[in-house]
Design a protein around this ligand. Sequence first.
Ligand code: UGA
Length: 437
Amino acid sequence: MAQVGIFGAGWVGLVTGACFAELGHEVVIRDVVPAKIDALKSGAVPFHEADVPELLERNRERLTFTLDVNEIAKCEFLFICVDTPPTHSGDADLSRVWTVIDELPELSGHPIVVMKSTVPVGTGDKVRHGLDVRGLGHVGYASNPEFLAEGNAVRDFMEPDRVVVGAFEEADGAAVAALYAKIDAPIVRADVNSAEMIKLAANAFLMTRISFINEIANVCEATGADVVSVAEGVGLDRRLGPHFLRAGIGYGGSCFPKDSLALKQLASNSGYHFQLLSAVIEVNELQKRRVIGKLQRHLGSLRGKKIALLGLAFKPDTDDMREAPSIVLASRLLAEGAEVRGWDPVADGSVLPRGVEIVDSIEAAVADADAAVIVTEWAQLKTLARPEIRDAMVFPLIVDGRNLLDPDEARANGFAYEGIGRPTVTTDGEPVLAGTR
Ligand code: UGA
C-alpha cells in the first residue's frame, strides 16, 4: 500500500483521498484553510456528496488532515487537487497549482507529483520545468485526470469506465496506475499532453451531446415531435448510446461551463477557432433563457407574476450552486418584473440575486404562484402535478425544465404543462406548434 498526499481538501481532493484510503492506502490531505481542516478533523464534511461521510469515517485511521505541508514530505505520491477556476479571459487560472509547486517541501527519494485537477494541455510540461527549476528534478510527474460526476463521485472513482495516466517516464506512469490495482477498469496510458486533452475532450463531447439534444428538442417543439421518444430511439443505436441525451434547460456546474471556456481559449490561444465548441456554449446559454418565453406565452407580461423556481442546485443530489441555471433564470425573471420564490432541499439559495425569496418547502414555493418551474430534477418533485398543488396556485402552469413529469398526467390533473421539446396542446387538446402560437 502506498503513502498518498493530497493538496486541496475540496470536493475532488476529499473524494480522491477518501477513496484511496478505502483502497487501503495511507492518505494525508493538506489544505491551507484552517477552518476546513479543523472541521474535517472533527468529522464534518463541508459538502453534500453521497457515501463520502461514511468513507471518511470508516477509514479514519488511514486519513490525516493537516495544514502542515511538511507532513506530505513522506508521501510517495503528491496529488494536486486544487481548483482551476476561469480567469477573466476564460483561461484556466493555475495560480493555485503554482502555489502548490512553490510550497513543496524538501523531498527525498522519487516521489511523483500527480495532477488530478483539470488543466490546459501543456500544463504538465510547464510544471515539469517548474520542478526542475526548483531543484526537484528527482521528483516524477504524471497526469491522472478525474472523471467524477457530483452526486455519484464515489461510484465513479471505484467503478470508473477507465483510468487515464499520462507520464513523462514509463515507470512513473506504471507506479500511478498501480495505485488503482484493486479497481477493475481499463487503464489508458498516454503521454502527458494527451492525458490532459482526454479530460477536456471528454467533457466537451458530453456538453456537445447536451447542446445537440437541446437543439433537437427546440426543433421538436417547432414541429410537433417529442424529444423524449427521439432520444430513446437515437440512443439505442449502439454507435451513439443513450447517455447525455436528456434535453433540458442546459448544463451548469463547476466543471462543464469552466472547462468548455478553458478549451475554447486554449484552442484560440493556439491560433485555432473551435467553432463547434463555441456553438455548444451559445446553445447552452440560450437554452436557459427559453423558459422565459414559455412563461410569457401562457402568462403574457411577467410583471408582478409570482414564479416558483423548484430545485436550485445545478443538478440533483448535490448542493452545488456553481453556474446553476437557476441563477440565470432568477435574474431574467427579476428583470422581467416577476416575484421569484426559490426552493431546494439542500442547496443554499442565498447566492441567487437579491430579491429572490427562499422558502423551505415546495408547498410554500407554489402558494399563490402563477407558475412553477422545475429547474432541477429532484426526486421530491416527481409528484408535483397533484391536485393540492394545482389548487394552491393562482394559475396552475408547470414549466418542466427537466422533463421530469408525465405530461398527460399533469394535464389530466388540471395543469397547463410545458416540457422541453415535447408536444404542447391547447386547453381543448389540439396540438400547438411553437411557431403558430
Ligand atoms: C461532469 C462530468 O460528468 C464528469 O465526468 C467530470 O469529471 C466532471 O464534470 C468534471 O469535469 O469534474 P458534473 O459536472 O458533476 O460532472 O455533472 P454531470 O452529471 O455531468 O452534469 C453536468 C450538467 O449537465 C448538469 O447541469 C446536468 O443537468 C446536465 N445534463 C447532463 C443535461 O442537461 N442532460 C444530460 O443528459 C446530462
